[in-house]
Write a protein that binds this ligand. Structure first.
Ligand code: NAP
Length: 637
């Protein structure tokens, strides 16, 4: 099902027709690879603005040249046939990747080569196996993106494991977020495991059902389902020092259960539990009350007067999907979102492009790489995010580059509502680009807000009455239903699970709302305990995918288990000094990013004002730090 091998090119007519739909930078990289000639790469345009420049800014004339070259290279007897199945040699790979990233990639080549080879040879798979008599066993909490991945890697290493999942299905956040309009905001060509690619994504950004289907297929194909205990909520996990293992208590429909394992992996992520704001009278509402992350399937809002609270990523998908069905829709905005132009956001992948993905050798790999490129190094996403004290940073922009991004996004928004300056003034954010997640925009957000049956309310909500939302200007907004698109309790990692480590220390008490971990993975005082999608592993921009970070974390986890087995030790616990030093460095980075600098509200900062969510550096940096477990950083007992 995953990674179908490319088929031979069938007919020239088909090829020429399909090439009309090629993504120019991906095609350019493919051709340079297949011909071995980097001089075929055209100049990139758009000042390198990853956020706003489609097709890498390659002009139409150059795109036509690439298509003609492709017809030759991919014809029977052409260079593609002679190229074979190998990745480019290092010199060529350096030239290609330097072109895409706009920086020297010498140090990044191992990471890039590993990802490019992912779908063909899965170089990240563990090369070791559990030995007979080994005491390794793993309990995984959560069957979402990270939990399934860890399970698959453990299965490859023949380490016994069980997954405990409180829901009824796999997919984690995708299982629970079943609201109208739900889809990814990271391209599907990137939003998957590197070693389990698909060429047949129906949309560029697939709908929730497709993403959920991917996880189901994955769990089935790799025979993980039989290891999952569904409807099983882990309530407590305690480290048993004498036995050197974790004891788990869980709630199941059949009653309380207990389990034990040498290693505990918490893969519950950051976007698990819904957040409801503490608005006076919230519980008094007598109508239908729905949270985006706990949507009741089959809920019909047709003909109802609906209040939707929030204007984040969830709201941006729900509002266009329900407007028109509702009798009236009032959208309550506290802070406006920045919108990133993505005209194909809700568009299907044309048949012809799917044909290219299936037939043209390495096109799929290079397209994934091109989508990932802005997140890999220092010159892509990060370049626009770094606070420049010399600029000087303000709530408008944190650097000249960030100011340029602001100008580009503002121009795009202005073009959409130029005839309505009053609306424009209300939808333009008053904080730097990047201080909150930038939302994908195909025009439907502002178009929907302009509908006669939709109203954007920017007055502060002062309370909720049984039949209305009340605003500070004294207005009663009478409604039949409230949709809470108010996000997640992202700072409360793993809550309400009680996790007790060495000496009886309870994790959430010791964190006190300010979660920290070494590499987002391990915590002092908690031996043989690993988090996946833990503190400070969230991505800053749209230049990568959280799958990548989970893959890095899982590589590290498996290497830690290998070291444990080889050393004959029973436990590994990160040293406090290593953990503290690392977190100081992460905090330093985050303080110089828009989400750390800006005073605007967001889930990217906790109640202490610290960003315990985002990773402030490049994806390559996280890869470098997690590619191997260093026992010197741990107390190995
Ligand atoms: P969110 O980004 O935290 O947005 C919550 C919204 O609720 C914000 O607009 C917030 O306003 C508003 N809000 C909270 N309390 C409020 C109050 N008292 N009065 C008025 N408004 C209030 O949550 P989300 O939209 O669910 O997204 C969370 C994250 O989930 C995203 O950043 C993304 O990482 C992920 N996500 C991804 C997708 C996808 O497409 N793949 C879709 C949905 C979510 P303020 O901005 O003023 O705080």
């Amino acid at each position: 099902m995953f990674n179908p091998s490319p088929l031979p090119v069938a007919s020239r007519a088909e090829l020429v027709a399909a090439l009309e739909h090629a993504d120019a930078p991906s095609l350019a990289l493919t051709l340079a690879h297949l011909t071995g000639d980097p001089s075929v790469l055209p100049a990139l345009g758009g000042g390198g603005s990853w956020l706003t420049t489609p097709q890498g800014g390659i002009p139409p004339r150059e795109r036509a040249r690439l298509r003609s070259l492709a017809a030759e290279v991919l014809a029977p007897g052409g260079a593609a046939e002679r190229a074979g199945d190998a990745l480019p040699e290092p010199g060529l790979l350096r030239a290609l990747t330097r072109w895409a990233l706009g920086e020297d990639t010498t140090a990044l080549l191992p990471m890039i080569a590993e990802d490019l080879a992912g779908a063909r040879t899965d170089p990240k798979r563990p090369r070791w196996r559990r030995q007979p008599g080994s005491r390794l066993s793993v309990a995984i909490v959560g069957a979402g993106m990270s939990g399934l991945l860890a399970a698959h890697r453990l299965a490859q290493a023949e380490v016994p494991f069980e997954i405990y999942e409180m829901g009824e299905d796999v997919g984690g956040t995708w299982q629970h977020n079943d609201y109208p309009g739900c889809r990814t905001d990271v391209p599907s060509q990137l939003y998957h495991y590197s070693f389990a690619a698909r060429t047949d994504w129906p949309d560029h950004f697939c709908e929730r059902e497709v993403v959920q289907g991917y996880f189901r297929d994955f769990a089935k194909e790799f025979r993980l389902v039989e290891h999952i205990r569904f409807r099983t909520e882990v309530t407590e996990a305690a480290w048993d020092e004498e036995e050197a293992l974790w004891r788990l208590r869980m709630r199941t429909p059949e009653g309380e259960r207990e389990a034990r394992a040498a290693v505990l992996v918490c893969a519950t992520g950051q976007l698990c539990r819904p957040s409801f704001p503490a608005i006076p009278g919230r519980d008094s509402f007598a109508g239908l009350s729905l949270h985006s992350a706990r949507w009741e399937p089959g809920t019909d809002l047709t003909g109802r007067r609906v209040a939707l609270i929030g204007t984040g990523a969830s709201a941006a998908q729900i509002v266009p999907a329900i407007a028109g069905r509702t009798a009236r829709l009032s959208v309550f905005q506290r802070t406006a979102p920045w919108l990133r132009p993505t005209p194909h956001y809700r568009a299907p992948v044309p048949e012809a492009e799917r044909w290219l993905l299936e037939h043209v050798p390495f096109y799929r790999e290079w397209q994934r790489f091109w989508l990932f490129a802005p997140g890999i190094g220092e010159r892509g996403v990060l370049d626009g995010w770094i606070v420049d004290p010399g600029h000087p940073p303000t709530e408008r922009a944190v650097s000249a580059r960030n100011e340029a991004l602001r100008a580009a996004l503002l121009a795009s928004m202005t073009a959409q509502v130029a005839d309505d300056p009053e609306l424009l003034a209300r939808v333009v954010p008053d904080y730097p680009v990047g201080a909150k997640r930038v939302l994908r925009d195909d025009g439907s957000w502002l178009r929907t807000l302009r509908r006669p049956d939709v109203r954007l309310v920017t007055e502060r909500i002062s309370g909720i009455a049984p039949d209305a939302v009340l605003t500070a200007d004294g207005e009663r907004h009478e409604v039949d239903a409230i949709v809470w698109a108010t996000g997640f309790r992202a700072s409360e990692f793993m809550a309400p699970m009680r996790i007790t480590g060495r000496g009886g220390t309870e994790l959430s008490e010791s964190w006190n709302g300010d979660a920290r971990a070494y590499l987002g993975l391990t915590v002092p005082g908690f031996p043989n305990f690993f988090l996946l999608y833990g503190p400070n592993t969230n991505l800053a921009g749209q230049g990568g995918s959280i799958f990548y970070f989970s893959e890095c974390g899982t590589t590290y986890l498996l290497d830690a288990l290998r070291v444990l087995q080889e050393s004959g030790a029973r436990s590994a616990e990160v040293r406090g000094g290593i953990h503290d030093h690392y977190n100081a460095w992460v905090d330093q980075g985050n303080a110089l990013r828009p989400w750390g600098f800006s005073g605007t509200t967001s889930w990217l900062r906790n109640a202490h004002g610290r960003s315990a969510q985002n990773w402030p550096y490049s994806a390559a940096e996280y890869w470098r730090l997690t590619r191997g477990f260093n026992p010197e950083e741990y107390l190995i007992r």
